[in-house]
Design a protein around this ligand. Structure first.
Ligand code: COI
Length: 355
C-alpha cells in the first residue's frame, strides 16, 4: 500500500464545458502523481502535486536511450454521475511485463491500481460526461539519472497525468482507411514489440507518414521476418472476420497484448463466435476479399475503442470492406464494450472498478 502525500493546486484551471470538442490528448488536468525510484531504496515519495513542467537533467538517460514505458487507460462517467475504471489491473500487469523487458522498475499491481484510483479521485470533476468522452489516464516510467554510458539506470520516476478526451480518430465511428506497410517493420521476434515502450511508436512514424501521404489514416504492420503475416495497426490491435471466423494476430512477442483486444476475444467466445489467433497471411486476407469472404475488419484499443476499417490497401490492391459501413459484429462489440465502460450495461464480466 502506497502512502501518497497530496499538495492540491491553489489555481485550478478552467475545465472544458459540456459540448466542447475535446479531441485526444490536448488538455491536461490540474494534478499529476509522481513516485521516485532509487536503487537500493525502491519506490519512495509518492505524491500528488499540481500539474507542471518537469525539471530534467539534459543528461537524463531517457533523453538519450529511450529508457521509458507507458500505459493508457480511461475513467468513465456513468449516468448516475459516478466514475469507474475498466480492467486497470490488466494495465498494471502489462506494465510489469513491459518494464521487465525494458529493465525499468515496476509497481506491483495493487500499488499501480491504487495510484490510478487516487489521482482519478482528485481529478474526478475532470471526468467529462458528454457521449463518447472519458478521462484518459497516462501512467509512464522513465530513467531520470544523468549518465551517458549505456546501462540500466539508478533512478527513475513513475508519473500519471490525465487528459479529458473524445474520439481518438477525427472520424469517430466512421470507418478508417488503412495502408498495409510492406517496407518498414514494427517488431521482430525477441524484440520489444509486445511492450508499451515509446521506441515502438517512434519507429512506426515513418510508416505512418508514408501512409498519410498516400491518403491513409493508419498502417497495418506485417511480421518483421517475412513481411507476410498481419500483426497490428499503430495504435490498435486488428481483427478480420472471414467467412464467419474472427481472426486476430497471436500475442507471441511482436504484438501488443491489448486490454480491449483481450476483452473482445472474451466477448466473441462467449457469444459463440469462432476466434482464431493463428497467424493470417496478407495474401490469404486479400484472397478472402477477392472471394467475397472478408466480411468485417476493425481495430481495438483503449484510445481507439473499437474502430471499423472501411478500406485496406496492400501493394496495388484496394479492398473496400463492407461497402465502407460498420459491420454487425463490430457494432455489437462497440455497443457492448462501451455500454459496460459507461455503465449503461450490467458488468456481467466483472471488468469494472468503481472509484
Ligand atoms: C492506448 O490505446 O491507450 C494507446 O496507448 C494508444 C496510444 C499510442 C494513443
Amino acid at each position: 500500500m502506497l502512502e501518497i502525500k497530496k499538495e492540491l493546486t491553489q489555481n485550478p484551471k478552467k475545465k472544458p464545458a459540456k459540448g466542447d470538442k475535446l479531441g485526444f490528448g490536448n488538455i491536461y488536468t490540474d494534478h499529476m502523481l509522481i513516485i521516485d525510484w532509487t536503487e537500493g531504496k525502491g519506490w519512495h515519495d509518492a505524491r500528488i502535486v499540481p500539474y507542471a513542467p518537469l525539471s530534467i537533467d539534459p543528461a537524463a538517460m531517457v533523453l538519450h536511450y529511450a529508457m521509458e514505458s507507458f500505459e493508457g487507460l480511461k475513467a468513465y462517467r456513468t449516468a448516475d454521475g459516478s466514475v469507474q475504471l475498466f480492467r486497470p489491473e490488466k494495465n498494471a500487469a502489462r506494465m510489469i511485463n513491459t518494464n521487465k523487458r525494458m529493465c525499468l522498475p515496476y509497481l506491483e499491481v495493487e500499488d499501480f491500481v491504487q495510484a490510478v484510483k487516487e489521482i482519478v479521485k482528485v481529478e474526478k470533476d475532470w471526468v467529462p460526461s458528454d457521449e463518447g468522452t472519458s478521462l484518459y489516464i497516462r501512467p509512464f516510467v522513465f530513467a531520470d539519472e544523468p549518465h551517458l554510458g549505456v546501462r540500466t539506470a539508478t533512478s527513475h520516476k513513475f508519473i500519471i497525468i490525465c487528459s479529458p478526451v473524445g474520439a481518438y480518430y477525427e472520424s469517430g465511428l466512421d470507418p478508417v482507411k488503412i495502408y498495409v506497410e510492406d517496407e518498414y517493420v514494427r517488431a521482430t521476434p525477441g524484440g520489444t514489440g509486445f511492450t508499451k515502450c515509446g521506441g515502438n511508436y517512434a519507429g512506426s512514424l515513418a510508416g505512418q507518414v508514408k501512409a498519410h501521404d498516400l491518403g491513409y489514416e493508419q498502417v497495418l504492420w506485417l511480421d518483421g521476418v517475412e513481411r507476410k503475416y498481419v500483426e497490428e495497426v499503430g495504435s490498435m490491435n486488428c481483427f478480420f472476420k472471414i467467412d464467419g471466423t474472427i481472426y486476430t494476430a497471436p500475442c507471441v512477442g511482436t504484438v501488443l497484448p491489448g486490454v480491449t483486444r483481450m476483452s473482445c476475444i472474451e466477448l466473441l467466445k462467449k457469444w459463440g463466435y469462432k476466434v482464431s489467433e493463428d497467424r493470417l497471411a496478407i495474401t490469404d486476407l486479400i484472397q478472402a476479399y477477392k472471394d467475397g469472404k472478408l466480411e468485417e475488419v476493425f481495430g481495438t484499443g483503449t484510445a481507439a475503442v473499437i474502430s471499423p476499417v472501411g478500406e485496406l490497401r496492400y501493394e496495388d490492391e484496394v479492398c473496400k470492406i463492407n461497402d465502407g459501413k460498420i459491420g454487425e459484429v463490430t457494432q455489437k462489440l462497440y455497443d457492448t464494450i462501451t455500454g459496460i465502460q459507461w455503465g449503461k450495461l450490467p458488468d456481467d464480466m466483472n471488468w469494472i472498478t468503481k472509484i
